[in-house]
Write a protein of this length. Sequence first.
Lengths: 358, 610
Amino acid sequence: MSSLAQEKLLDLARSLYRQFQEGIVPHIALPSRTKNNIEYSSEEEVWVYGDQETTRSVKTVRGARTLLKTVHLADLLIKEHLQNNRGSTLREIYYISENWELAKFHEQAESDRLIEDLEIVTGLQREEYHIRPEEDGAAIFGPLRIKEKTRRGAREMHCQEDVGEAGYQIPFNVESIEFKEHDAKMVIAIETGGMYARLIENGFDREFDAILVHLKGQPARSTRRLIRRLNAELSIPVVVFTDGDPWSYRIFASIAYGAIKSAHLSEHLVTPSAKFLGVQPSDIVDYNLSTDKLTDQDLHALKSELTDPRFNTPYWEKQIKFQIDLKRKAEQQAFAGKGLDYVTRTYLPKRLQELGII
Amino acid sequence: MEIAEELAKQQKAISVAEFFEKNRQILGFDSAPRALITCVKEAVDNALDACEEASILPDIFVQIKRTGDLYQVVVEDNGPGIVPDEIPRVFAKLLYGSRFHTLRQSRGQQGIGISAAVLYSQLTSGKPVKIISKIGPGQPARLCEVMINTAKNEPEVLKEETVDWDRPRGTRVEMEMEGSYVRSRRQSVYGSLKSVAIVNPHARITLVEPDGATEVFERATESLPKKAQAIQPHPEGIELGELIKLLRYTERKKLKVFLKETFSSIGTITAQEICKLSLLDPERPPQGLGHEEAKRLLSAFKKIKVKSPPVDCLSPIGEELIKAGLQKEYKLDFMATATRPVSVYSGNPFQIEVGLGYGGDLEKEGRVEIQRFANRVPLVYQQGACAITHAVESVPWKNYSLAQAGGGGVPLGPAVLLVHVASTNIPFTSESKDAIADLPEILEEIELGLKEVGRRLRRYLARQGALSDRREKEEIIRKILPRMARKLSDILGIEEPDIGPVVAKIMGNLLVRQESCQQDGLISVRIELENHSDLKRAFKLHEVLSVEAVAVSPPARVVPMGDAYDYHWKITLGPGERTSLDYRLLPDATFSGPVVEGLDPDIVTGARVI
């Protein structure tokens, strides 16, 4: 594994070296990472980057600096990470650059982005370079037995019986998990901790044989990877339950269609068959939910989604336009206004029926 | 008694002086520091107006003194003076003035300013105001002590006498008042006089501060600004009520003569045309026109393109003096000015002048400083409420190379903007004359002026950009590429790559490379030349050898010099062209390395240049 990652980085260094020698201004080509350059791959059923490319070359000071940083980063990954079998977090890498002088990163967003670039150029995920995200922390709860290879040996556990009330914490590298057995009929991915806890408290997982996944807002890669594996390897259908606002639709999109920032990893992270459970804009009216007014940013986000190719389906167009007219949004917890059992007794069973899950 | 009758007993007229006594903030006396500034400003405005009307180069003396708890303000000018009978009314009656009824650019308009200062002074000190005025060298000087009877808005003279005064002519005002003297940046007596000096470079202003410090704002020019002429109202934008009033009270007997004589920019032919368009007999007496007919006349004004009002009613500062004024206060790298043609709002001609200063000592970040002027008077307060500020905010400055937070608002960067609005009647938002009202005509003209200086700034910065381009590239060459080469060799564990060819390409230089190897017992030398620039390069290439070379191709000219030989080739390379030179030497020979003659060293990579 490591030797492949190392070979990829050496290839990159060799190609820059060769360009110097041949008198070609050193450069690398990258797919452009914007909304306009993602397209649907019918083969993988996910959204991936299109053909638009940007070239990063040393002709400009900015390009030259970025390439110098890329070379420094490759050096770090080869010599510190891969050869010594060590790892760092995204933030640690930002701090490590402190003494790279000219090649120092100005903010973490810059190093994060460069790491993504490196993934794209080499076709490998950052985990293979032993780079970890800061926190994972997202959790699952449900009728599933797994075995996790940890640094201190293998651990086997059942995600209902062997875990506390918070569930099993998803590790940053999901590849270390092996699924043993399960009784699940569905995976429900939930945006907020409040709703996740509500479903556990109401025993929804037991009653409906559901694996509950707490997304913790915009889900981390590991969470999305785990959902994908549950769906692809165990053939469990996935539904996504979020707030009813434009930002939450993007959470769903990142699970079902892929995120614009990580479209190069769509085939690993995306669950194309995932369905949006709610809160749908039409639910706001149908269930007479308590609402908040859409802010200007909300409206702007909704309008931007209308031009986002991922939302270019009759369903989303209808729902988004409806919400723009309605000018209101609702949170998942709004169901509490109808009693604490309403969501698990009435809303979820009805929606799951509509989606053909039960 | 009925309630209405009871109420009627309490109704009575309010004197304007009483009204302002209770609403002093309207006139700009709302705080102690501000009251002092306003008093000085009103007195100085009057002095400047008077001097200009009499074609005298203003020499104004301002002194602020502490007198116990109060401040004494003295303002003295070398103007034409005021005839003795007029002194009480000029200083102690509100809405008394010479300029309200004429259309001409002047600082004061309504005759409120100085009397309001007198009112404030008597309210806070309880003392009368002392005035000395002299109208000519042979004349005696008159001293007057006056107060305002606020119930009647009439002057009360407490003392009147003839005195000796050493000035040949002029006027001196002494007022005592509550106040507070600050010397902060702009909103202070000092700051406001400094701004006055920028737009009145023909005036000398001397300020003596309470601590005795004296500051002279010296003249930047000896020539007086062009005198503004009084004019008739312009037909464009005149309102119906005003037109009906003019029609009713005119002394003209015929409509066509009325049109020609009452309005500026209407000649005989235009008058005829207006009558025809409004279906009115040009021979009719104007007094007899009815409401409907006046309306038709008004709509004819709008249809006919009347020429712009005459410019001589306005007295702009002029681009030269704006530049001189800016330079006086700031150290700048670049300046641009724009003068818009005269335009009209509601029958009032106005003209916009804009100045922009950039770079130098100005603060690199933060908002651009805006200097606002109306008829040569600096506007210090209420910047946020002013049409000038609003026009500045609505210009998309990013198009003109200045940053703007969130795509709107006052731009950011090392710049100062000066905007002068000159008009026969400046539409202020209030009587304190702090801010100009948002009239669409005025906003548009200011924007156009700002965009004009903006375009020039953009051009200037683009030129600077081309220079910094080369500097940028040098950073790549000097710092970044060598490090990158070193790091790559670190990673791969092989020798550092030669960055010369890439350097030449990036810089658009002539690249010279020399290689040599042993072959058949001789040193075989090759010099490769590549022109990476966009221009044709003609030069000589020298190589100094210790022995004669063989197999020289193409042939070179050889000049023996003592114990060595100077080989040189004449070479011309078009953009992108390359060539190579070959020769062979005996193994123990030495060679100097290629030397280029006839090119700038900056554009050659890989060889020495002579």
